[in-house]
Design a protein around this ligand. Structure first.
Ligand code: NAD
Ligand code: ZN
Length: 1557
C-alpha cells in the first residue's frame, strides 16, 4: 500500500493524505467507526467515473469480514452548484429517514466541495447531528472545502447562506481521484493552492512557479476515456496538496470559528466572491478567486504596501496554471456570455461579506509573496476598492502635490531583454534589479531555463532576479520553446538557439509562437545564421516562426552579412551571440543604412559591461568586430528605468512646481528619451540637474511654464505626448510650441498626433497637426476646461492615458480617464504612483459601456464579407445583402483588377498564382480596414487558399464582424460554371477544389447559407426572400418569442427534399417549425445544412433546431458529443431562430454552446421519457436553476403522465415558475390535457407528417377544440360591416379558416350604413371578436375607437376593428399590407430608401392612400401620383408627410419627364373606360419602366373585375409583370385573419375563397 501522511487539525491527526489509498480509507472507517448503517453519498459524475462502484465493493468486502451485521446504503445526487440546495438536502434526509437511518448512522461524503458542504450539513442536522467523513475528489475540495468543518447549502439569494460548523471525523485525501477530474476543475482548484502559498509560504510559491509548465502539459494530455496519467506530476501534486492542507489546518486550528487569522485564507475572496455572485454558475469559484486575488494584490500595491514585482509574480503564476487574471480574459469572457460586473454591484455584493466590520469593508492585504500585511483582514475604503476594480479613473485636481520626491520608474524594456540574454550566456551569478516584467522577459527566462543555460531564482520577494549562467553551455530540450507573441524574445533566442548543443540523441530544438507571431518576419536573421553554418528549417510560413534548429552546429564565425534595414533586433541578436562562435566574428550590416542605431549602440555598451568589447571597423561602414570569449557576469546589474516612462514624473514636477528625482537615468544613458529633461523641460522654464546617472527636475511655480517655439523630438519620439501636455499649460499668448520629427507616432498604438489634438480640445486647448508634428497653443492652466463625460479617451494607448492623467490634475474639476488598465503595458503601477507618491486623489469610475446589460450587439453598419466557391451565387446574394442592409457591394476581384490595372487571368499568367494570392491578401487587408462600414465585400473563390488571407478573415470574425460563407450544391455549381464559356472548368477539377477548400471556408466564416436547388422562378423568388430573412436574423433583427397562445410543429422527416410540397400546409396555424435533426437520414453537416435551407425556402416560420438524444426519447446517439457540438455550431452559423439544448448534456458543452449563440434563442430542455420524474421531484427544480444559470431564453420541460393528476401537478409547477418563458407538457395519453393548457409554443403534429414526434401529440384542430370545451378559448363572433356587403367573400373565407384550425368562432355579414348601429349591436356585445369595415364606414368609425395603429392614422381610414383586452377598441388598416405582401410574394424585395427606386400610384380614391402608404413602407424614395383631377391628387398628397416625396402627375408630358418607375399600383376601377389622356400617361410610365437587378418592373391591379384589366394587358405588352386584384384581397384577408385570431391560415384556402365566384 502507498504511504499515508497525516496532518493534525484541532488537536488530532484526522487528515490522511496519500496516493491510491482506498484500502486504507475503507479499513480505517470500518475498523474505527462502528455503525449499523454506513451511507455513501456522492454525485452522478463520480458514479460515472466508476468511483462509487469501486468504493462500494471495497466496503462490502471489508464489512463482510469485520462487521457482517452492518449494512451499506448509497445515494447519488445530481452534480453542480444548481443542486446545492435546501431541496436536495431534504431529498437526502427523506431518503435516510425512509431507509430507517438512526443516530448511529455514519455518512461517507465522496465528492467535490458541493458534496462535502451539503452532506456535511446533512450530517450536522440529521438526528441532531451524526458522524461523517469527507473524501474529497476535486483539488479544490482536497485543499480547501473539506478542511475546517464549514458546511452549507445555497439559497436563491446567495451562496452558502444556510449551514453550520460540523467537523468530519476524518478527511481522507486520495490524490488519485484527480485522474478523473476534468481539466477545468483541476485548474479551478489551483487558484486556492496558489492563494494559500501567496499568503503563507514563499518557498512553496516558488516551487509552484517552477512547475506550472509541466502541470498544464500533463493535465491537458487526456487519454481517450478523458482521464489523465498523473505519474509525472505525482510528487508535485502530493506536495502542493499537502502544503495547502498544512497551512489551512494550522490556521483553522488557531482560529476555528473565524476570529481573524482564519480570514487570511480569504485572500482574493472579498472581490472574488463578489464576482462569483454575478458570474456564477458560468464562472467557477477558483476562476473568480484568481481574478479577485490579482485585484486584491493590486489594491495592496495601490495602497503602497506591495511591490509591482510581487503583483506581477502573482498574476504570472495564476495565469501560468491556466487561470484567468482579469475579467477581460478571453476564455472567461466567452464563458460568461457577456455578463458584466458593474462596479456598484460588486461593491454591494462585497458589503455582505462575513469578514466586514459593520459597514467597513475588510480585505486581506499582501505585504509580499508569502506574507500578509496584518494577521487579519484590513479595513479598506470603498474609494480605494473602486479604483482597483474600475476600468476608468477619475483624477481629482492636484491640491497638495509633494514638495520633493524620488521616483524609480519600471525598468527599460530594451535593457531588461538584453541583460537577461547576456547574464544567461554569461558565467556566474548576476542579480538583476528593476527588471521589467513583460512577456518578452517571461518567455526568455523560461526558454533559458529549459535549455539549461542558467538557473533562475528570485529574491526580495521577486524584485530581484538571480541568474546563474553556465557560460553559454546550452543543451537541447525536447519540448518546443513557445514564445507567444513576444517579438524581441523570438529574435534574440533565434541566435541563441544556434549555440545550443545536442543532448544525447536529441539534436534539434523548435522555437514557436502564437498565430500572430507566426506571421512576424524573422527571415533576414535566419538567412545570416544559415550562411554561417546553422541549419534552420521553417516549419510553417517561410520567413517566420516556428523554426527547427539543428543543435551542435554552432556558429562558424568569420564574416557575417546581415540586412539590418528592417529591425535592429537582428543585429543585437547576432552581436550578443557572436563571442561564442568558433572564430572571431565580423558583422557587416548590408543593404543600406541600418535602422535604429541607438539600440545597436545600447547592445554594444551592455556587452562591454558583461566583459566583451566590440570594435567598429575603421575601413567599412556599419561593420563590427566581435572577439571570441564569454561573458563574465557582474555580481549585480541594475536595469536603468525606462526613460520614456520617466518623462511622466518629471513632467509632473514641471507642471506642479514639485522637485522630482529619477535616480537611475542620467546623461550617460543610451535611451534617447533621457534627454527629455534637458532638451524640453529646461527651455520651458524648469530647473534641471542631470548627472551621469540621475536626473532632477524642479518645476517653476504653477502657471509659469514657457512655450517652446520649436523642438525636433526625433531622438525621443515617445516623449512627445508628455511634452504636449506640458506645452498645453505653457501660458504665453504670443508663442505656440511646435514639435516636429515625430511622424512615426502616427502609426503607434493609435495615431498619436491626432489623438493628442482631439483630446486636448476637450480641455479647451487648441493644437494643430503637422505631417510630422504638432503645434500647441498653450493657455493659462486656470482657463483649462474640464472634459465632459465620458472623459478622456485613451485609445488603449498607455502613453495617451499617462500624459492626460497629468493634465487632468490641473483642470478645475475631476476628469475621467478611460481604459486605465492600458498603462500596464509599461507601467502597471502608474495610478498607484500618482496616488501614493504624488498625493493625487483618485476615484474609480464605471465605464458607460461596461454597465450596459445587453449581451449581444447587433452588427450595426459593420461591413459583411462574403466568401464561397465561384458560382455559389455570391454576386446575386451580395446584392440582396446590400438591399436589406442598405450597404454597397464591393467585388474584391474588381478592386484587384482596377488596382493592378490588369485582368486577373492575365495577371496570373504573367506573375503566377503565388504572387496573385499575395497581392490579393494585401488588397483584402486594405479593403477590410478602409471599408469597415457599409459594405458587402464579395471575395474571390480562392481567397481561403492563402494562410495569410485566412488569418485576416478569422481576425475579422474575432473582431465581431460577419464572414458569410455562401454555398450551393457542388454539382449545380459545376453545371452552372460549365454553362459559362468565359470561365472554362472541368467537373473533376471543381470537385477537387471544393474538397480542398471546404474546411477552409468553414474555418474562416461565422455564418453559413446554403442555396438549395431552385427548379422554378417561384422557388428562386422564395430563396431570395428567405435569404433576406436570414440576413436580418444574423445582423440582429431576429423574430421575437410569441407572447400569446402559440404552437410549433415538429418535422420528423428523413429528408425534407421529399416533403417540399407538404411543408406550407404542415405549418398552418403554427408559430414555429421544428427540425428534428435526429430523425434525418444523415448527420453529415452538408446534408443538415441543406435541410435547413429547404425548410427556409418552403416555410417562412421561425426554425427550431433540435437534436434529440436517445435517452431523451430521440434518435441521436447519446455519446456522440462532438457531433452534437459541431451540429449546434452549424445551426448558429445558419442563424436558426431557436436551438433546443438538452440540459443533460455535459456541463462544458452547455457552457460553451450557450456562450456562442448570437441571435439564436436557446430552449433549455429536459424530456423525462422514462417517466420517473414526478412534477414535485427536486430534479425539475434543479434543471430549472441550471437553465437559469445558462441564461436560456426559454425552458421546455416534458414529463410523462401516468395519471390525470400529473397534469394538475404540472400546472402547479408552471404557476410557480414564471421567471423564464416555460413550455411544460406531459407526454402520454393522460398528458393530452397539458398540451391543451400549455400557453406557449405547444408542440403539435399534422396529419401529413410521417409520425408524431411524441406520444400523445395532438393536431392544432384537436387542441383548439379541446381548449374551447374547457373554457380556455371562448367562441367569438366576427363581422364585415358596411353597405352593401351582400356580395362580400369574407364570411366564406373566415369561416373556412376557423374550420381548418378547429376554432369555435363564426363570421357574419352586417349590412348597415350607420356607425351608431354597429356600436349598439356589435361593439357592446360580450361575444364581439372584431370586424372588417368597408364603405361607407371606414372613416366614420374612427370616432368610436380608443386606439389607432400607425397605418390607420397615416392612411386616415380603418378597415379592421378589434376589442382590446383592457376594454376599448383598436382600429387598424391592413389594406396596405395586401398591396405590399402581393409585391413581396411576387419577388419585389423590401428596399432601402437609398436604393432610389420610384413607384407610381394611379388614382386618388381611398385605395390609393393605402397604396401610397404601402409603397413608402416598401422603400420607394419617390412616389408619383397620377390622375385626372389635380386638386384631388393634391389633397391626397397633402395628407402624407413630405418625406413620402409624392409627385403629382396629370399630363402625359409630365409622365414622360418623370424618373423611370419600377412598381405601379393601379387603383382605378377596372371596367371603366379609361380616358385617352390618362391612358397615354400610363403608357408613358409603362414605356419607361425600370428593371432592377433583382426584379422585373411590376404592376399591381387593385381592381379585380375583370380578372385581367386593360391596364394589366397594356403593362404586359410593355414587358411588365402583373399581379391581379385577387391577390391583394387575399393578402389583406390573410393579415386580417391573423389579427382576429392570432393564427395563420393557409393562403390557398383564402385565395380560393376570394376568387370563387
Ligand atoms: N466549506 C468550505 O470551506 C468551502 C471552501 C471552498 C469552497 N466551498 C464550496 O465548494 C463548492 C465547489 O466545490 P468543487 O469545486 O469541488 O465543485 P464540485 O463539487 O461541483 O465538483 C466539480 C465537478 O467535478 C465533478 N467531480 C468531482 N470530482 C470528480 C472526479 N474525481 N472525477 C470526475 N469528476 C469529478 C463533480 O461532479 C462536479 O461536476 C462550492 O459550492 C463552494 O461554495 C466550500
Ligand atoms: Zn475558496
Amino acid at each position: 500500500m502507498s504511504s499515508v501522511e497525516t496532518v493534525e487539525i484541532l488537536g488530532s491527526k484526522t487528515i490522511h493524505v496519500g496516493y491510491s489509498i482506498q484500502s486504507h480509507i475503507v479499513s480505517e472507517i470500518v475498523r474505527n467507526k462502528a455503525s449499523s448503517t454506513y451511507v455513501i453519498i456522492t454525485d452522478s459524475n463520480i458514479e460515472k467515473a466508476g468511483h462509487l462502484a469501486s468504493y462500494k465493493a471495497k466496503f462490502l468486502e471489508e464489512l463482510a469480514v469485520s462487521r457482517p451485521e452492518s449494512r451499506l446504503l448509497t445515494y447519488v445526487v445530481s452534480p453542480g452548484e444548481a443542486n446545492k440546495t435546501r431541496a436536495t438536502k431534504e431529498s437526502i434526509e427523506d431518503y435516510l429517514l425512509a431507509s430507517g437511518c438512526v443516530r448511529d448512522t455514519f455518512i461517507i461524503a465522496i465528492g467535490g466541495g458541493i458534496i462535502g458542504d451539503m452532506i456535511g450539513f446533512v450530517a450536522a442536522t440529521f438526528m441532531r447531528g451524526v458522524r461523517f467523513v469527507q473524501i474529497p475528489t476535486t483539488l479544490l475540495a482536497m485543499v480547501d472545502s473539506s478542511i475546517g468543518g464549514k458546511t452549507a447549502v445555497d439559497t436563491p439569494l446567495g451562496k452558502n447562506f444556510i449551514g453550520s460548523f460540523w467537523q468530519p471525523d476524518y478527511v481522507f485525501v486520495d490524490v488519485s481521484f484527480l485522474e478523473t477530474l476534468p481539466e477545468r476543475e483541476f485548474i479551478n482548484g489551483m487558484a486556492e493552492v496558489i492563494k494559500t502559498a501567496a499568503i503563507w509560504d514563499e518557498v512553496e510559491f516558488t516551487r509552484l512557479e517552477q512547475y506550472s509548465k509541466s502541470f498544464l502539459e500533463v493535465i491537458r494530455d487526456r487519454k481517450a476515456d478523458g482521464t489523465v496519467d498523473l505519474t509525472p506530476l505525482r510528487d508535485h501534486i502530493l506536495k502542493l496538496v499537502l502544503g495547502s492542507i498544512r497551512v489551512k489546518a494550522e490556521v483553522v486550528s488557531l482560529d476555528e470559528r473565524e476570529g481573524g487569522l482564519r480570514n487570511l485564507l480569504n485572500f482574493g475572496h472579498s472581490i472574488g466572491h463578489a464576482y462569483e455572485a454575478i458570474l456564477t454558475p458560468q464562472a467557477l469559484h477558483g476562476e473568480c478567486v484568481s481574478v479577485g486575488a490579482v485585484k486584491e494584490a493590486e489594491l495592496s500595491r495601490y495602497l503602497g504596501i506591495l511591490s509591482s514585482a510581487a503583483v506581477s509574480r502573482l498574476s504570472k503564476c495564476l495565469s501560468s496554471y491556466g487561470l484567468p487574471i482579469s475579467l477581460d480574459d478571453k476564455i472567461l469572457k466567452s464563458r460568461v456570455n457577456g455578463k458584466t460586473c458593474p462596479v456598484d454591484v460588486v461593491l454591494k455584493k462585497m458589503a455582505v461579506d462575513k469578514k466586514n466590520d459593520g459597514s467597513k469593508k475588510k480585505v486581506v492585504l499582501l505585504k509580499e509573496i508569502g506574507a500578509c500585511y496584518e494577521p487579519k483582514a484590513s479595513v479598506v475604503s470603498d474609494q480605494d476598492i473602486r479604483v482597483v476594480i474600475s476600468d476608468e479613473v477619475i483624477v481629482h485636481p492636484f491640491v497638495s502635490p509633494p514638495k520633493k520626491v524620488e521616483v524609480v520608474p519600471p525598468g527599460s524594456k530594451s535593457i531588461s531583454n538584453r541583460a537577461l540574454i547576456l547574464a544567461a550566456l554569461g558565467k556566474g551569478e548576476c542579480k538583476i534589479k528593476n527588471l521589467l516584467h513583460s512577456d518578452d522577459t517571461g518567455f526568455m527566462l523560461k526558454a533559458v531555463a529549459a535549455l539549461n543555460g542558467a538557473t533562475i531564482s528570485w529574491e526580495d520577494s521577486g524584485d530581484t532576479v538571480v541568474v546563474n549562467g553556465n557560460g553559454g553551455d546550452l543543451i537541447a530540450c525536447p519540448e518546443e520553446l513557445y514564445l507567444g507573441n513576444a517579438g524581441t524574445a523570438s529574435r534574440f533566442l533565434t541566435s541563441v538557439a544556434a549555440l545550443v548543443k545536442s543532448n544525447g540523441d536529441l539534436n534539434t530544438i523548435v522555437l514557436t509562437g502564437n498565430a500572430r507571431m507566426q506571421e512576424r518576419p524573422n527571415g533576414p536573421l535566419v538567412d545570416a545564421l544559415r550562411n554561417n553554418g546553422s541549419e534552420i528549417t521553417y516549419l510553417n510560413n517561410e520567413g517566420s516562426l516556428p523554426v527547427r534548429v539543428k543543435t551542435g552546429k554552432g556558429l562558424k564565425g568569420g564574416r557575417i552579412e546581415l540586412a539590418a534595414t528592417i529591425s535592429s533586433q537582428y543585429v543585437s541578436s547576432i552581436l550578443m551571440c557572436a563571442p561564442y562562435a568558433s572564430s572571431p566574428v565580423t558583422l557587416a550590416l548590408v543593404g543600406g543604412k541600418p535602422i535604429s542605431q541607438l539600440y545597436v549602440d545600447m547592445t554594444i555598451k551592455m556587452m562591454e559591461a558583461f566583459g566583451i568589447k566590440v570594435t567598429q571597423s575603421e575601413t567599412e561602414p556599419y561593420t563590427y568586430h566581435i572577439p571570441q570569449g564569454h561573458y563574465v557576469n557582474p555580481a549585480e546589474y541594475v536595469i536603468e528605468s525606462d526613460a520614456s516612462s520617466a518623462t511622466y514624473p518629471l513632467a509632473f514636477a514641471a507642471m506642479t512646481g514639485t522637485e522630482c528625482t529619477v535616480p537611475n537615468i542620467g546623461s550617460s544613458s543610451l535611451q534617447g528619451d533621457a534627454r527629455f529633461a534637458v532638451d524640453v523641460l529646461r527651455p520651458m522654464g524648469c530647473h534641471v540637474v542631470q548627472t551621469e546617472t540621475s536626473t532632477t527636475v524642479q518645476g517653476p511655480p504653477v502657471g509659469q511654464l514657457k512655450a517652446l517655439p520649436q523642438v525636433d523630438m526625433e531622438p525621443m519620439t515617445d516623449a512627445f505626448l508628455t511634452a504636449t501636455v506640458v506645452a498645453a499649460v505653457a501660458n504665453d499668448p504670443k508663442q505656440t510650441t511646435t514639435i516636429t520629427g515625430i511622424a512615426n507616432q502616427r502609426v503607434k498604438e493609435c495615431n498619436r498626433i491626432e489623438a493628442m489634438r482631439v483630446q486636448l480640445a476637450k480641455f479647451g486647448v487648441v493644437a494643430t497637426e503637422l505631417p510630422d508634428g504638432i503645434v500647441i497653443h498653450g493657455i493659462d492652466y486656470k482657463n483649462l476646461k474640464t472634459p465632459e463625460a465620458p472623459g478622456i479617451h485613451s485609445y488603449d494607448d498607455h502613453r495617451v492615458a499617462m500624459s492626460f492623467s497629468l493634465l487632468a490634475g490641473l483642470a478645475p474639476a475631476p476628469v475621467i480617464i478611460q481604459e486605465r488598465n492600458c498603462t500596464a503595458k509599461t507601467w502597471p503601477g502608474w495610478w498607484d504612483t500618482l496616488h501614493t507618491t504624488f498625493n493625487a486623489t483618485i476615484d474609480g469610475h464605471e465605464s458607460s459601456s461596461s454597465s450596459a446589460t445587453s449581451t449581444v450587439v447587433n452588427n450595426g453598419d459593420k461591413s459583411v464579407v462574403v466568401i464561397g466557391m465561384r458560382g455559389a451565387g455570391k454576386s446575386t446574394l451580395s446584392k440582396i445583402v446590400s438591399q436589406v442592409l442598405n450597404f454597397q457591394v464591393t467585388d474584391l476581384d474588381k478592386v484587384f483588377e482596377e488596382k493592378e490595372n490588369i485582368g486577373i487571368q492575365d495577371f496570373i499568367r504573367k506573375h503566377g498564382w503565388e504572387e496573385f494570392r499575395v497581392r490579393e491578401e494585401k488588397i483584402t487587408k486594405e479593403c477590410l480596414s478602409t471599408l469597415r462600414t457599409g459594405h458587402v465585400l464579395s471575395t474571390g473563390g480562392g481567397i481561403v487558399e492563402s494562410a495569410a488571407s485566412r488569418e485576416l478573415l478569422k481576425q475579422y470574425v474575432k473582431d465581431g464582424g460577419i464572414v458569410l460563407h455562401l454555398h450551393r450544391d457542388i454539382e449545380e455549381t459545376v453545371s452552372y460554371l460549365s454553362a459559362d464559356a468565359t470561365r472554362p472548368a472541368y467537373i473533376e477539377e471543381i470537385q477537387a477544389v471544393w474538397k480542398r477548400r471546404e474546411c477552409l471556408y468553414k474555418e474562416c466564416s461565422n455564418s453559413y447559407f446554403f442555396s438549395p436547388h431552385c427548379s422554378s422562378d417561384d422557388e428562386f423568388k422564395t430563396l431570395n426572400a428567405s435569404f433576406a430573412n436570414f440576413i436580418r436574423t444574423i445582423t440582429g433583427a431576429p423574430a421575437p418569442i410569441p407572447d400569446s397562445r402559440s404552437f410549433f410543429v415538429c418535422l420528423t422527416y428523413k429528408n425534407l427534399g421529399d416533403a417540399k410540397s407538404d411543408l406550407p400546409d404542415i405549418g398552418i396555424g403554427a408559430d414555429a417549425i421544428e427540425l428534428r435533426v435526429d430523425h434525418l437520414a444523415s448527420f453529415d453537416e452538408d446534408f443538415v445544412g441543406e435541410q435547413v435551407s429547404i425548410l427556409r425556402n418552403h416555410s417562412s416560420l421561425p426554425i427550431i433546431f433540435t437534436i434529440r438524444t436517445k435517452s431523451q426519447g430521440g434518435l441521436f446517439p447519446d455519446d456522440d458529443i462532438a457531433k452534437i457540438e459541431s451540429l449546434i455550431l452549424l445551426a448558429f452559423k445558419m442563424g436558426v431562430d431557436y436551438l433546443d439544448l438538452e440540459l443533460t448534456l455535459p456541463a462544458a458543452l452547455l457552457d460553451s454552446v450557450s456562450s456562442k449563440r448570437k441571435f439564436t434563442k436557446i430552449i433549455g430542455s429536459h424530456h423525462d421519457f422514462s417517466g420517473t420524474l414526478k412534477w414535485n421531484n427536486v430534479e425539475w427544480e434543479n434543471r430549472y436553476a441550471l437553465a437559469k444559470g445558462l441564461n436560456v431564453d426559454l425552458v421546455k420541460f416534458v414529463g410523462t403522465a401516468t395519471t390525470f393528476a400529473d397534469n394538475i401537478a404540472l400546472e402547479k409547477f408552471r404557476a410557480d415558475h414564471t421567471e423564464i418563458p416555460l413550455i411544460a407538457i406531459n407526454m402520454g395519453e393522460f398528458g393530452k390535457m397539458s398540451r391543451v393548457v400549455n400557453p406557449l409554443l405547444t408542440p403539435i403534429t399534422h396529419k401529413a407528417l410521417p409520425s408524431a414526434s411524441a406520444p400523445g401529440q395532438l393536431t392544432i384542430q384537436e387542441i383548439n377544440e379541446a381548449a374551447n370545451l374547457i373554457g380556455l378559448l371562448p367562441a367569438k363572433k366576427f363581422y364585415v360591416v358596411g353597405t352593401p356587403v351582400g356580395h362580400s367573400r369574407s364570411p366564406a373565407l373566415h369561416n373556412a379558416g376557423y374550420k381548418e384550425l378547429g376554432l369555435p368562432h363564426s363570421f357574419e355579414l352586417f349590412d348597415t350604413g350607420s356607425v351608431q348601429e354597429v356600436n349598439e349591436k356589435l361593439f357592446k356585445s360580450p361575444t364581439f371578436g372584431g370586424c372588417a369595415v368597408t364603405i361607407p364606414l371606414k372613416i366614420d368609425v374612427i370616432d368610436q375607437l380608443s386606439e389607432l395603429s400607425d397605418s390607420a392614422k397615416t392612411i386616415g381610414a380603418v378597415n379592421t376593428v378589434l376589442p382590446l383586452a383592457a376594454g376599448g377598441l383598436r382600429g387598424d388598416n391592413t389594406d396596405w399590407i395586401g398591396v405590399a405582401q402581393s409585391f413581396y410574394k411576387s419577388g419585389v424585395p423590401k428596399l432601402s430608401k437609398q436604393a432610389g427606386i420610384s413607384g407610381l400610384v394611379i388614382g386618388a380614391g381611398g385605395t390609393s392612400r393605402s397604396a401610397i402608404y404601402a409603397l413608402n413602407q416598401m422603400g420607394c424614395s419617390t412616389i408619383y401620383l397620377l390622375g385626372r383631377t389635380a386638386s384631388k391628387l393634391e389633397t391626397v398628397k397633402d395628407h402624407f408627410p413630405s418625406s413620402y416625396n409624392i409627385k403629382v402627375v396629370t399630363t402625359a408630358e409630365q409622365a414622360l419627364g418623370a424618373d423611370p418607375v419600377s412598381v405601379i399600383v393601379s387603383t382605378i376601377p377596372g371596367y371603366s373606360d379609361l380616358d385617352s389622356s390618362l391612358l397615354e400617361s400610363i403608357t408613358a410610365f409603362l414605356g419607361n419602366g425600370k428593371s432592377q437587378s433583382l426584379f422585373q418592373p411590376t404592376l399591381m391591379e387593385a381592381a379585380y373585375k375583370p380578372k385581367v384589366t386593360h391596364i394589366m394587358k397594356t403593362a404586359e405588352e410593355h414587358g411588365w409583370k402583373t399581379i391581379s386584384g385577387y391577390h391583394m384581397l387575399a393578402n389583406q384577408a390573410e393579415e386580417q385573419f391573423k389579427l382576429f385570431t392570432g393564427m395563420s391560415v393557409s393562403y390557398d384556402l383564402i385565395y380560393n375563397a376570394v376568387a370563387a365566384e
